[in-house]
Design a protein around this ligand. Structure first.
Ligand SMILES: NC(=O)c1ccc[n+]([C@@H]2O[C@H](COP(=O)([O-])OP(=O)(O)OC[C@H]3O[C@@H](n4cnc5c(N)ncnc54)[C@H](OP(=O)(O)O)[C@@H]3O)[C@@H](O)[C@H]2O)c1
Length: 375
């Protein structure tokens, strides 16, 4: 069996390694692609530095963008040569920080016209996260396609998106705008406020300013909110969860927190700590409903499993319902260097209002693979 390089974590906080792993044959419903671009995300850092939900040696990464090389006989939509992108995480052959990825077509979208693989690789994981968290965890009605003349049932509710400049936050605010949820209050560094207003936020506050919690609480009380909703896009014990327990105080308020809750942040030389029990993380007011967001369960919803990635995601980009996050390009002479540099940027908290993107396959590797499989 032929092999290909993959970036793996072997020990918590230890250096990443390249391992040459067997390239599996595809099953009848699977697709093999050559992976040209990937993104590095906070989950990669949680996994590399704390081995959160890791069975080592484990391949990292969950965002791919590349070219289809082979499809099984039951694959209906994709063909060799198609350029695709998607959020993939379920098993090793599917993970994103490797040269060849084997997955199913329902986790992949075709590249929208006029876009590049490098631009769209920043979308999949957190477009899926934002959509799933808003619909499942907060219970918002997000009918797709949106019916003509649709009126948002939540137009009178206040929605707090804590961490609006995070990748999840930027997609969440834009999806809320599309569905007419007009009362969005968000927190981010001031440098991002203008963009977040353009995306649909009505109030932007700096989370570092004193009095931010009180200002949000006053805003929620100013009515006419039928019910308060909170999406915590950060999940930091002291940086978002505990402040939000002081924001969401009215009975019936719904709070969705992106897991894991970060108890101690990863930093150079520091091993991070996490907690999965959101209820235990703060003194929540009585009657406030709190849940932890787990995007990895989105495929239990049959509609989202079939449509969210292959249809809704490229539609949202093509129709400009969401603007892809800014790319922060990570350079490096080798796959390993780029993967390590990206992790280091995450450890040093250098990501602000953007997504780390790096090349996986070299041009020459893409050309050779295309000649072999697509001619
Ligand atoms: N459970 C799940 O299903 C799931 C899915 C996706 C993501 N997540 C988790 O969600 C978190 C965010 O992911 P991401 O990819 O969106 O992150 P990201 O884009 O890398 O987050 C960076 C942003 O976080 C903001 N930020 C940092 N601390 C903050 C605070 N205390 N309050 C408000 N904003 C703060 C920064 O804002 P400024 O630059 O404006 O200062 C920066 O723009 C990660 O922990 C990730 O693992 C969980």
């Amino acid at each position: 069996m032929s092999t290909h390089p993959a970036v793996v974590t072997v020990t918590p906080g230890g250096p990443l390694q390249i391992q040459h792993i067997p390239t599996p044959p595809i099953a009848s419903n699977q697709v093999k692609l050559i992976n040209q671009y990937t993104a590095s995300t906070p989950l990669d850092l949680h996994q590399a530095d704390a081995h959160l939900l890791v069975n080592p040696p484990q391949i990292l990464g969950d965002s791919v963008a590349g070219t289809v090389l082979e499809v099984g006989p039951d694959v209906k939509r994709l063909r060799p040569g198609d350029q695709v992108f998607g959020f993939v995480w379920r098993f090793q052959a599917e993970k994103a920080h490797q040269l060849y990825v084997v997955t199913e077509e329902k986790l992949l979208a075709k590249l929208p016209p006029g876009r590049s693989l490098q631009e769209v690789v920043v979308v999949p994981d957190n477009f899926v996260t934002a959509w799933h968290a808003l619909s499942k965890d907060l219970g918002f009605d997000l009918p797709w396609p949106k019916p003509e003349g649709y009126v948002s049932p939540g137009k009178d509710s206040w929605i707090v998106v804590w961490g609006g400049s995070s990748s999840v936050g930027m997609y969440a605010i834009q999806i809320l705008r599309y569905y007419g949820y007009g009362n969005v209050v968000t927190t981010a560094s001031k440098a991002h406020h203008e963009r977040l207003v353009r995306y649909g936020a009505s109030v932007c506050l700096d989370y570092r300013d004193e009095g931010t919690v009180e200002r949000i609480r006053d805003r929620l009380k100013s009515g006419p909110s039928q019910r308060d909703f909170v999406l915590d896009c950060i999940g930091s014990l002291e940086g978002s969860v505990r402040p939000l327990a002081r924001v969401a105080t009215t009975k019936g308020a719904k709070v969705a927190i992106l897991l894991p809750v970060i108890i101690k942040d990863a930093a150079p030389g520091i091993r991070p700590e996490y907690e999965m029990d959101v209820q235990a993380c703060a003194a929540w007011a009585q009657g406030v409903e709190v849940s932890g967001v787990r995007t990895h369960t989105y495929m239990t919803d049959e509609f989202l499993a079939e449509r969210l990635q292959p249809e809704m995601m490229p539609w949202a980009i093509a129709e400009k319902t969401v603007e892809p996050n800014d790319q922060i390009i990570v350079e490096g002479g080798t796959l390993l260097e780029r993967a390590e540099r990206a992790l280091q940027l995450l450890r040093e908290k250098k990501v602000s209002g953007g997504r780390l993107v790096w090349r996986v396959a070299e041009e020459e590797e893409v050309k050779t693979a295309m000649e072999q499989f697509c001619s």
